[in-house]
Design a protein around this ligand. Sequence first.
Ligand code: TEU
Length: 528
Amino acid sequence: MKRDFHSEVIYQIYPKSFYDTSRNGFGDLQGIILKLDYLQSLGVTTIWISPVFQSPMKDNGYDISDYYKVDPIFGTNEDLYLLINEAKKRRLNVMLDLVVNHTSDQHQWFQESKSSTSNPYRDFYIWRKKPNNMKSIFLGSAWEKDETTDEYYFHLFTKEQPDLNWTNPKVREQIYNMMNFWIDKGVAGFRMDVIEFLGKEVDKGITADGPKLHEYIHEMNRKTFGTRGCFTVGESWSATEKNEQFYTFPNRQELSMIFRFDHMTCFWSKEYGKWVQEDFDLVRFKEILFQKQMRNPKESWNTLFWGNHDLPRSVSTYIDTEYRVYGAKMLFGITAFMSGTPFIFQGEEIGMTNISLSEKEFKDVEAINALQMLQKEGFTKEEALHQVARVSRDNSRTPMQWDDTLNAGFTTVNPWIKVNQNYKTINVKEQISNKNSILSFYKSVLNLRKKYLKIILYGSFIPQLKQDNCIFAYQRRDSETKLTVIANFSSKQVKLDPKLAKGQILINNYNNIVKDTLYAYQILVLEH
Ligand code: TEU
């Protein structure tokens, strides 16, 4: 089946926290099946499911020990095949998460690899007699000594996630076979975990964007998805304007699109990365987002997103708490009329927020390591907890808030991670029946997006008020239509230029309009 990714709207499911039907405290595949009607009514067209394969869960499934087998906490392979079919019946595509920079140390390949230096699987991973000074993204050395052979293996993430050796053609062949297996089962494509690292050259200290990276992605494209009508999105934290087109320029036959994060990482500190950030600056933020919109969509296709399972909740990051509902709508509205493929992370459509966790309640290995690192660097415990709480990945991983019953209707037993106590007021059930809810706003925006799809995807993009540090505004134009999106990205009331705000109002997240004024986080979309 030929699918056109340009018009997709993709919803990310973090399965561990979506919906638990087996009553083990973790969400599962049957739970996703039960919620397909909900997703269809929201107006999304594809679901991307974070990894559901066999895993010791040192990194919540991003440490896979068998690529061909669903982990029992999520169900069985039959459940996944059923999910793909049930989704298809509702015209929903299923995208899997491809984690092939590394496996779990419990993967059979690694068990073989570490058993002796002459094992046929030895070269599936990266072994050295002596470590160099490379660091793991999750802190500490990237090398771990294995007693069996007294050598060191390389791991960019936890020591239980050894990196595969992509220079070995046998590794690549095994991965391509596995991808084709899942394409045969009917998946529409893949989200590709940390794709920028496949071409690493550890002896030269190179991790991201290594010399052979694009050769491997091109080979993968030709041997798997590229000839089979699938679409793909690569995750690359190192991608910027300079290198994005290497992945996405169609003639190169690599990926459909990538996630770029430079509009977020530009606020990270040099010393402590995301754990200590500079103040948000809207002008800088707009510059990157607008610049991406000004390109030729035929060369680089955009991804439009506010959150994922690695980012804190967008309303907690960008919006003053008291304006959560207006702000959540504004955030979605300003990207929904841009060119590209929108991604919605589960719970964002109801404005789910960060959670406050005590030291013992943090689950994520990255947050736990960062707490220690910041204290070693001289931060007090309180300061370290405060910094980590703001950006911890646990924030986005709390259970989906379905209703106001026990555990937000996610499970009837103890959930694997704490439920956010605001579920009594922030939940799907309440928002479905409330026409002013964030959920209802998402639905109407997605409907409108369908109606204006041509201009949204291919119309020209004209930034407005680039230097304004409160207003986020742009126009879209094609031969027939003109749209203006104008939003107040602040909690202050600001002056609205009447020249911009003309035409018929398609979207307004407030019930009224006061001449010359934009309220806190107000967004207007106008046609003229
Ligand atoms: O993420 C890559 C990655 O670098 C981020 O997780 C990083 O930890 C952080 O958000 C930026 O500092 C991918 C997955 O999305 C993530 O969940 C996995 O933990 C990671 O790869 C390893 O597979």
